[in-house]
Design a protein around this ligand. Sequence first.
Ligand code: HEC
Length: 302
Amino acid sequence: MLSRVPGGAVSRAVLSFLHAPSRSLFCAIAWLAALLLLAGSTLAAAGPELRFLRAGTEVNRLPLSALREACPVERIAVDDPFYGRRKSFYALPASCALELGLGALPAPGQNLFLRAADGYVRPTSFDDLRAASAWIAFADADLTPSPEAEPQWEPIDRRQVDPGPFYMVWGGAGQSDPHRYPWPYQLIEIELAPLELEYPHVVPDAAPGSPADRGFALFRRECIACHAINGEGGKVGPDLNVPQSIVEYRPVEQIRAYILDPASFRFSSMPSHRHLKEEDLDALIAYFRAMARRKYIPRADP
Ligand code: HEC
């Protein structure tokens, strides 16, 4: 790893290069490469970046160094649902990162999209993130010697992937359920936008409080991070509406059983949803049926 070089050393190096015009082209290229490397190492020292958007427009790109400087960094311990045990991280309060990145804290109830590098996109209400117990972790505190050191991570989840560069974690009692609270690892982007703006074709034509409407609320909270409807949503699992809706090619009883316990069908990367009640499954099926009548094929759009 290259270390930072004070600016004076760089300009002295450039001057001595200019004073030696007789050097060969090869030498010039070598110098340029060295300068580029220096610039690169300065960037690397700033660390990975977290992007912030408002309604599709980038408003900020904050390197870890800027986040660490502006927000109080703490060593925290949480009950981690993906490691399945208590874990320690270096982290900063999510509300501090949001305020810094978006320029102001969102209003209560506003929708945020949390995007991960692997295609997982978790929409979430800001009400949840306001809680003081939401953190953005940037290093595994058991493996990284100090908050300023190069972040190290232990591989996470069944897929054993690197959870960096950022991982949203929760410290409060009862907040270890990733269905209720967003725990996105590989977090790279946070967008403030209404769900309908990014996902206009996932909304059912259903009366408020109807089964399809309740199913939509459930789908938003528990499924859309991995599954798209009409091409809109997460890309970890298959689209559940197009070209064929799940209710068009699988018997309803099988869909219900699959949602509760996918691992009884296949070695699956979909989590089980045994906490869902009969009426929750009814609502999800009503939502799928409503959407099967509202198909939209993204590619067919001009
Ligand atoms: C963490 C990601 C993730 C979440 C959350 C998730 N799924 Fe899945 N789902 C998958 C993946 C990946 C598959 C592909 C097959 C597999 O691995 O089981 C899948 C497959 C399915 C299938 C079978 C599709 C087929 O044609 O065989 C259904 C039905 C389904 N999911 C419904 C849901 C519902 C409903 C929810 C929310 C209650 C949900 N999933 C939540 C990742 C997820």
